[in-house]
Ligand binder design. Structure first.
Ligand code: FCB
Length: 464
């Protein structure tokens, strides 16, 4: 059975807006996700993050939950509008106190804090001033990073600047299925750049104030793109440029890939990239966070037959795939999770090996991986979520295979610790290894939580 390296970091992950609730308490300002979820029709069932998992008020209980799982690390995010309500100006002390208690509570339980600075909850005031397409947002982000570094920098082991800037830029500003629900392709590419710039400036700011041993990282939802046939190679290249190299280029190599600029020339001239920006984005990183759920399959589309738009957007509706009108995102064979995402762990091994090949000096860490299923609570109170156990086992095996083939993978975080607010899908999609009862907020270990605790304790996968 696959075993993992001695010091492999085992964890679980959450994000502020998805679990905290307390959306208007203790001086927290509104974020773009409050605005989005409070707009009728944008989130399934009209769900909001107003209460979420009430984690803000159940901190001690949730810390004990983590201790019970035996994890060595916990990945959480800091809500920017909780600690700096308008995205600028002084710290909101009660908001900061919450994260201070969280970090201390983790440390006293022997759990390493992995803090993400931005998991999509931009202060609404900054969006009103232009949002990520606007350069100033990158500067405000670096300032916020410095404030957090000064306040928590002696106690946080790993800092992650951004979570999945792909989603922030393309789902937020191109397809509009995420906050702030804008459908402006040129603005989305400007957002890409200001996210990259903000990341680099934040790393610089953090390095100047945090403990020298702290790790710097970013989390990307890299797409493992495959073509249907040999003739689709150019579709693969273009999807890879837009989804992956638009971030990997500046962040890890200090430059945008030429082909990305050419591919998107009809949308923007990229004049928002100023001298020195790419170098600023390309700060040395200690670890690259990778979120993986499934691979992406593409083909060139000549308009002759009906396409399926497996990425979920309707023909004629705004797409996150800018300047890819002639690319078809093909529905892949099942089985599928409740999200409709196909289960294929081979993409994870291949992706990790590609990163190892392209960036041999940058270790990786799986900062999210997991599955939503329509869990059932049995009469005896147990949640027998064997499909989730199977998903996790497959993907951990895939990670072990990548390690055996030479990839330097430092850790793995299950998405998610508990069922939570799954963005535009609301609470209908349950990703937790711990169930959250929506009426009582009671936390119940699913079978997958018991299984994961055993994996963490032994450092290897049990027999199937
Ligand atoms: C990722 C997000 C995370 C969660 C999972 C299912 O894109 O980072 O918050 O919603 O998907």
């Amino acid at each position: 059975m696959p075993a993992f390296p001695e010091n492999f970091l085992w964890g679980t992950a959450t994000a502020a807006y998805q679990v905290e609730g307390a959306w208007d308490e203790d001086g927290r300002g509104p974020s773009i996700w409050d605005t989005f979820s409070h707009t009728p029709g944008l989130v399934a069932n009209g769900d909001t993050g107003d209460v979420a998992c009430d984690h803000y008020h159940r901190l001690e209980e949730d810390l004990d939950l983590l201790a019970g799982l035996g994890v060595g690390a916990y990945r959480f995010s800091i809500s920017w509008p909780r600690v700096q309500p308008g995205g600028r100006g002084p710290i909101n002390r009660p908001g900061l106190d919450f994260y201070s208690r969280l970090v201390d509570g983790l440390r006293t339980r022997g759990i390493a804090p992995v803090a993400t600075l931005y998991h999509w909850d931009l202060p609404q005031e900054l969006e009103d001033a232009g949002g990520w397409p606007h350069r100033d947002t990158a500067l405000r982000f670096a300032e916020y990073a410095r404030l957090m570094g000064e306040a928590l920098g002696d106690r946080v082991d790993t800092w992650t600047t951004l979570n999945e800037p792909w989603c922030s830029a393309y789902l937020g500003y191109a397809s509009g299925v995420h906050a702030p629900a804008r459908t402006e392709p040129a603005a989305a590419l400007a957002a890409v750049h200001h996210l990259n710039l903000g990341h680099g400036l934040a790393v610089q700011a953090l390095r100047s104030v945090v403990a020298p041993g702290a790790s710097m990282s970013v989390t990307l939802n890299l797409h493992h793109v495959r073509g249907v046939a040999e003739r689709d190679a150019d579709a693969v290249r273009r999807a890879d440029a837009l989804a992956n190299r638009a971030f990997l280029g500046p962040m890890l190599e200090g430059a945008y890939p030429r082909d990305l600029i050419d591919d998107t020339a009809s949308v923007t001239d990229w004049s928002f990239v100023r001298d020195g920006d790419e170098a600023a984005a390309g700060q040395p990183l200690d670890v690259l966070g990778v979120n993986y759920y499934n691979p992406t399959l593409v083909r060139l589309w000549d308009g002759a037959d009906v396409r399926e738009n497996a990425d979920g957007h309707q023909d004629g509706a705004a797409s996150p795939w800018i300047a890819c009108e002639d690319i078809d995102f093909v529905r892949q064979p099942g089985p599928y999770t409740e999200m409709g995402w196909n289960i294929d762990e081979t993409g994870l091994t291949e992706l990790l090996l590609r990163l190892h090949r392209d960036y041999p000096d940058t270790p990786t860490m799986i900062t999210e991986n997991g599955a939503a299923f329509a869990d059932v609570v049995d009469p005896d109170g147990r949640v027998r979520d064997e499909r989730r156990v199977d998903y996790l086992r497959r993907h951990l095996t895939a990670v072990a295979e990548a390690i055996a083939a030479g990839a330097d993978v430092r850790g793995y975080f299950v998405w998610s610790l508990m069922d939570n607010f799954e963005w535009a899908h609301g609470y209908a999609k349950r990703f937790g290894i711990v169930r959250v009862d929506r009426d009582t907020m009671e936390r119940t270990w699913k079978d997958s939580a018991h299984w994961y605790r055993d994996v963490v304790a032994s450092g290897k996968l049990p027999e199937a």
